[in-house]
Design a protein around this ligand. Structure first.
Ligand code: PGA
Length: 251
């Protein structure tokens, strides 16, 4: 099964609207009209509209960094799936470790968001990953399995195929420390085994699993060459068009 590489930039809480437009234009220009790799950028909510215009007509798709599961109403500060769709969003990151760590995201809220996103035609990027303590204490597999099963609870096989999983070991995010290609591939193979158990081997072989955590031009090629690594969710290196390009087109 050949899975197309998918590289997404998670800009986190960076860029004002002008910065975002400039960065998005830089990405469109540097990535060019290629079709070998799926590419998306995920700016903050306030910049989605402007970035939608900046990437229009290119192969760079738009993603959001989170979404709320309710359709509308008295949920101050929240953004719905329909609002994202209306500004041209295709992908939505759900369950990022920073959401889990700082903003009370749980496997249950992740699942609600995944269901709402799929119900609205958004494509979820579901993030999972263990902390350093969890890895050191040998509970990485248990933690990741719970997160994967939680996120995909009651999601149909057809809908699961619309999801991407991002394996992001928390200890590698923004730290400069990267999982070795073997560590990443082992974790990805483990996640695929769980997906095969929940759905089928065919489904598990079709679902893309990105790696995230200090991915940069210098390590992208080796990580992306692993049999179960199907792309990257890029934080820091997504904030510079040339670094992001070096991951989309690793040398
Ligand atoms: P990083 O972030 O590339 O800066 O480590 C990745 C992420 O959190 O998605």
């Amino acid at each position: 099964m050949s899975r197309k590489i998918f590289i997404a930039g998670n800009w986190k809480m960076n860029t004002t609207v002008d910065d975002a437009v400039a960065l998005a234009k830089g990405v469109v220009e540097s990535v060019g009209p290629q079709d070998d790799v799926d590419v998306a950028v995920c700016p903050p909510y306030t910049n989605l509209s402007a970035v939608a215009d900046a990437v229009m007509g290119s192969n760079v798709k738009l993603g959001a960094q989170d979404v709320h599961w309710e359709e509308k109403g008295a949920f101050t500060g929240k953004i719905s799936c329909a609002m994202l769709k209306a500004v041209g969003v295709t992908y939505v990151i759900i369950g990022h470790s920073e959401q889990r760590q700082y903003f009370h995201e749980t496997d249950e809220t992740v699942n609600k968001k995944v269901k709402a996103a799929l119900g609205s035609g958004l494509l979820p990027i579901v993030c999972v990953g263990e902390t350093l303590d969890e890895r050191k204490s040998g509970s990485m597999e248990k933690v990741v399995e719970t997160q994967v099963r939680g996120a995909f609870a009651d999601i149909s096989p057809d809908d699961a195929l619309k999801c991407t999983v991002a394996y992001e070991p928390v200890w590698a995010i923004g730290t400069g420390e990267t999982a070795t290609p073997e560590q990443a591939n082992d974790a990805h193979a483990f996640i695929r085994k769980i997906l095969s158990d929940i759905y089928s081997d065919d489904a598990a072989q079709a679902i893309r699993i990105q790696y995230g955590g200090s991915m940069k031009p210098a390590n992208a090629k080796e990580l992306l060459a692993q049999s179960d690594v199907d792309g990257g969710l890029i934080g820091g290196a997504a904030l510079k068009a040339d670094l992001f390009e070096g991951i989309v087109k690793p040398q």
